[in-house]
Write a protein that binds this ligand. Structure first.
Ligand SMILES: Cc1ncc(COP(=O)(O)O)c(C=O)c1O
Length: 239
């Protein structure tokens, strides 16, 4: 704990101080939830700020695949769409907004085409600024304090933190070691009466595994059975 605001400001400017040590040494009382979040993010933040990778980041002789940042210039069609839409077309162009109806329409019809037979209505679509926000909204909607949320390991690096941030308990279940497919037996064994959801991503980040239809049918059976056993829905969240 640092004694004064002056000492705190001086200390923050030191080169060895990072997001992790700032939370640990904050001179004000922080919520228990933030401390839990700090514990859940300590390893990835340490890697992002203090590892060999962090030290050599930006070195042009290195092919850096650590996070999914692009390695190529953005496509011209994408850039010109951004240019076109950054020009205000009305006085409320940059105002606070909900999901844009034109985008909801377009996504609903794209989903209906992609999943033939399944009809998606614009009202089924809620837009968020990326998957971080999408997962946060969904977890906030379904998770009560102490509820368990399963995720598959090796995982995308922020699932545990997102679950902790919503008061949930992250439960890590290892993928199969030989082909990175879902280990349905291990998932079933990890389910308890407190289990609320499992987060899956296919293709998986980081393994690249695309779960085949028989695996997806298998996980559906496991979750349906467990939901019935515990009298409470267990959601499958696709990230
Ligand atoms: C599996 C997975 N989920 C969520 C995210 C976060 O996505 P976004 O950058 O759209 O918030 C990523 C980003 O790489 C991801 O790979």
């Amino acid at each position: 704990m640092l004694a004064s605001a002056h000492a705190w400001r001086r200390w923050r400017r030191r080169p060895d101080v990072n997001a992790v040590s700032i939370i640990q040494a904050a001179p004000i009382a922080l919520s228990q939830r933030l401390h839990a979040l700090q514990a859940a993010t300590a390893a990835p933040l340490e890697f992002l700020t203090q590892s060999e990778w962090a030290r050599r980041r930006g070195d042009p002789s290195i092919a850096d695949f650590v996070v999914g940042n692009p390695h190529e210039m953005p496509l011209e069609g994408f850039v010109s769409a951004l240019r076109r839409h950054v020009e205000p077309h009305s006085s409320d162009w940059f105002a606070y907004k909900m999901s844009e109806p034109a985008a909801q329409d377009s996504i609903a019809s794209a989903l209906s085409n992609q999943f033939g037979g399944e009809r998606f209505a614009p009202a089924d679509v809620l837009l968020t600024t990326g998957a971080f926000a999408g997962l946060t909204v969904v977890l906030k909607t379904i998770v009560d304090a102490g509820d368990e949320v399963l995720f598959v390991s090796p995982p995308w690096f922020f699932y545990a933190a997102l679950i902790v941030a919503e008061g949930g308990v992250p439960v890590r279940v290892c993928a199969r070691a030989d082909d990175f497919d879902l280990d349905l037996t291990a998932i079933e064994a990890a389910i308890t009466p407190r289990t609320r959801a499992i987060i899956l991503d296919s293709p998986n980040n980081p393994t690249g595994r695309i779960y085949p239809p028989r695996t997806l049918a298998g996980i559906a059976k496991v979750l349906t059975r467990a939901s019935q056993r515990h009298g409470r829905d267990i959601f499958l969240l696709s990230s």
